[in-house]
Write a protein that binds this ligand. Structure first.
Ligand code: GLU
Length: 396
């Protein structure tokens, strides 16, 4: 859905070119319907049912009550960056310098904004995944960049084909943007998959912007690898991580970027002008969340998520004409409805208006997403059961 020009004064061209965010729009619509008393089951945006663990909240609220309510350094509090460096060392095998290689961001979206503003000139091309997260292409376009989607084909298990990726590179290509664990397909790149990206990036001298927001939730035998740890990649990688998904801290808007010093310096200048800094007590809570090994509240939550993803994708897979695999990581069911012949957008609309189930149509993630629905599986057991009952009727 495009934003209408409703003022005679006119709006900027960039806004006419941009669709609304399907994930945020549908989640907002579901909220609106609920406020009106409609019993909507919301599987749209990637937001878990659980609240943020209490120890994280207590740490932040203590900071707030003791006067930590002032702006911080644009780069973020030193304590937060040190906690991030500890986390990167402990969980990702990365030695990051908190003084020069890390910046606090408002979640990964702000990390992406700063990354693009720091590296892309108008007309530069950015290669991205199709299907891929709904906000990547519009954000690239807001800054005058040109998104170049390269298909992730289901027959290639939703991974890039090296030749197809290489063929998408032109003289104007500046960066490859990708996400693993992947939103929406749930694929987790193995080191061999990542080597495809790194070979092309090194050969063609490109930045790689790596959205790793789901990196702490990978299931079964799957393991997350940071592309920046591959040979020759540290100097060209911008790694984006946060707590939105994995610590159920979506409303906090806090994350970070890890990148080479000159890129971080550019991002600091941008942040000084655009937002000054990430909010102070939020960084204190986030430092607590990243600084220590994940506690039982988090690990139990993740176990529950794995169980709910298994339950939900298993139930979706039983629906007539639907096939849905357990995600390798992250918490989305990527339901293939191609066999039903239904187009994803009108069907998602019907699911919401007639059956009161909110999902995201696959087409919102790119051309290759047509024939799929994205379903967030980390809702309460009751919501999952209720949603599945309603979907059974919708697919009957
Ligand atoms: N990133 C999440 C999603 O894909 C949350 C919504 C959003 O920020 O776009 O649903």
């Amino acid at each position: 859905m495009k934003t209408e020009n409703t003022t005679s004064l006119g709006l900027a061209n960039r806004i006419h070119a941009a669709p609304e965010s399907a994930t945020v729009r549908i989640a907002d619509l579901a909220k609106k319907l609920r406020r009106r008393g409609e019993d909507v089951v919301d599987f749209s945006a990637g937001r878990a049912f659980e609240d943020t663990p209490k120890d994280i909240c207590n740490t932040a609220s203590k900071a707030m009550m003791s006067g930590d309510t002032h702006q911080t350094m644009a780069q973020g509090k030193p304590e937060y960056r040190e906690a991030v460096a500890k986390k990167l060392k402990r969980e990702n095998g990365i030695d990051a310098d908190p003084e020069s290689e890390i910046i606090a961001t408002f979640g990964c979206k702000n990390g992406l904004t700063l990354s693009l503003l720091a590296t892309i000139n108008p007309g530069d091309e950015v290669i991205l995944e199709d299907p891929g997260f709904v906000s990547y292409a519009p954000t690239i376009q807001f800054f005058g960049g040109v998104p170049v989607p390269v298909p992730l084909r289901p027959e290639n298990n939703h991974r890039w084909d090296e030749e197809e990726l290489r063929a998408a590179v032109t003289d104007r290509t500046k960066a490859i943007l990708f996400c693993s664990p992947h939103n929406p397909t749930g694929v987790v790149h193995t080191p061999e998959n990542l080597e495809i990206i790194s070979r092309v990036a090194i050969e063609k001298n490109l930045y790689v912007i790596s959205d790793e927001i789901y990196e702490r939730v990978v299931w079964g035998r799957h393991r997350h690898t940071c592309i920046s740890t591959l040979p020759g990649m540290k100097e060209r990688s911008i790694t984006l991580m946060g707590l939105t998904k994995t610590a159920s801290m979506g409303g906090w808007r806090v994350g970070f970027a890890y990148a080479p010093e000159p890129v971080i310096k550019a991002m600091i200048t941008l942040q000084q002008h655009l937002a000054t800094c990430v909010s102070s007590f939020t960084q204190v809570g986030a430092a607590h969340a990243f600084g220590e090994e994940p506690g039982p509240e988090l690990t139990t939550m993740w176990k529950n998520w794995e169980r709910r993803c298994e339950y939900m994708t298993g139930e979706l897979d039983k629906l007539p004409g639907v096939s849905c695999a357990m995600p390798e990581g992250g918490f989305y069911g990527w339901a293939d409805i191609r066999e039903t012949g239904k187009a994803s957008e009108p069907f998602a609309e019907k699911l919401l208006t007639e059956h009161h189930v909110a999902v995201v149509p696959g087409a919102a993630f790119g051309k290759q997403g047509e024939g799929f629905l994205r379903i967030t599986c980390v809702k309460s057991d009751q919501e999952l059961e209720k949603g599945i009952e309603r979907m059974k009727k919708a697919f009957a």
